[in-house]
Design a protein around this ligand. Sequence first.
Ligand SMILES: [Zn+2]
Length: 200
Amino acid sequence: MNAYPPILRKLIGILSKLPGLGEKSATRIAMHLLQASPGEAESLAETIQEMKKRIRTCPRCFLVTDSELCGICADPARNTGEICVVETMADLLAIEGSGSYKGRYHVLEGALAPLDAVGPENLRVAELLKRLPEENIREVILATNPSNEGEATAHYLSRLIKSHKVRVSRIAFGIPMGGDLKYTDRVTLERSLKGRQAFE
Ligand SMILES: [Zn+2]
């Protein structure tokens, strides 16, 4: 790599810091860009700059957006009165991709993690509570992850939200489709039994 001109080494260094890219793939991308037309390279650089300038978070649910409210908050066809609370935007997109939820969301931007000094004040908790009366919310679905942090966050939020006389539910956790009972861990089995539903 030392044989490369400094500017190329710099680009490879920057690219290799991107998630999922090691030095090898960073070098491959840099080589591709080196051979790309000036227009292609420029458009990549401009798009990144433009994205950083235009994208911000929705002031209501904290999903990224390039307009006043995000597409979901601004959509009049979405069910009002219910909020699905997720830790991250990636979690929101996963639920959205399932096509099974038609309400609105709230992105917490993390989960409670006392050991890493992440408390409620570091999450969008106050903003969530403010939405309950403002949007006349009847139900909050807690879709934080089934990890220690996600569970702690769900318990914490549940107490707060119930004190506002709003119904709280938790997404069910259990055996994945295509899974096998005998290879399922004890905690997951316990959760699936507790969360069992009437069979139709
Ligand atoms: Zn929104």
